[in-house]
Design a protein around this ligand. Sequence first.
Ligand SMILES: Nc1ncnc2c1ncn2[C@@H]1O[C@H](COP(=O)(O)OP(=O)(O)OP(=O)(O)O)[C@@H](O)[C@H]1O
Ligand SMILES: [Mg+2]
Length: 265
Amino acid sequence: MQSVAVEMQGVSKGFKGLVANNKVDFRLLKGSIHGLLGENGAGKTTLMNILFGLYQPDEGEIFVDGSKVTIDKPSKAMDLGIGMVHQHFMLVKPLSVTQNIMLGLPSKKGPFLDTANVETALLELARKYHLMINPKALIKNLSVGEQQRVEILSVLYRGAEILILDEPTAVLTPQETKELFNILKLMRDDGKAVVLISHKLEEIINICDEVTVLRDGCRVANEKISCETTKSHLTNMMVGREVLFDFKDRSSDFGPDRLVVENLT
Ligand SMILES: Nc1ncnc2c1ncn2[C@@H]1O[C@H](COP(=O)(O)OP(=O)(O)OP(=O)(O)O)[C@@H](O)[C@H]1O
Ligand SMILES: [Mg+2]
């Protein structure tokens, strides 16, 4: 029996009359990758921003490791072992990987920077989770995929046991996506709880153990992913109606040419 990392109960959040989350229940298990699926504007980011302490819910309760908590700021979330990698990275480009990760953290050497020790710790973490990255590299010289790895490394370095990734593959190449998923699997096998926000059905089916579906701010489904889970089943839950995936080619009679261009240089 897997234990529960996070339980959100009846969480609501409105923005000036618009209901972004409507009495949402969300339960996240340790050692699992949990897909959070929904169309644009369904309320996925809002729900996770609440868990990360960026927004305060209008109603509802949050439990972390079985204890009721109030997460009124991201530093509180991090103290509770919750880390989030946002859609838009928050790195300082002219600084190195290590300098970025040290930002805002107390130094073990009092008023002096502890760069060498942090670098050693980062290399160890990077090895463990296959996050190939040079701690000395400047952020401005890194690819988008590498910058994302720095964000993940930073969250791990801060001791996260619960990782939220908001649409992480939107900026990645297929190869980088494959590498990211291998990293997420290593985290899961290590007992961490991972939330993958996505609206890509293949991703949810391929890598997630469980999925929660949001529609118009409401949780409309929560189920385990099995070998029988299909794309059309997920889409139906996401949009609330049958969606056809087989488009038949229809040949049309377009009539006589109206404009013809030949040998144009
Ligand atoms: N800070 C804010 N102020 C006002 N409205 C907001 C704010 N944040 C989100 N919303 C609105 O709340 C609703 C839910 O937005 P949210 O960003 O949570 O959706 P999402 O599921 O993450 O969508 P996407 O797939 O586009 O990222 C949307 O209608 C959005 O416009
Ligand atoms: Mg979003």
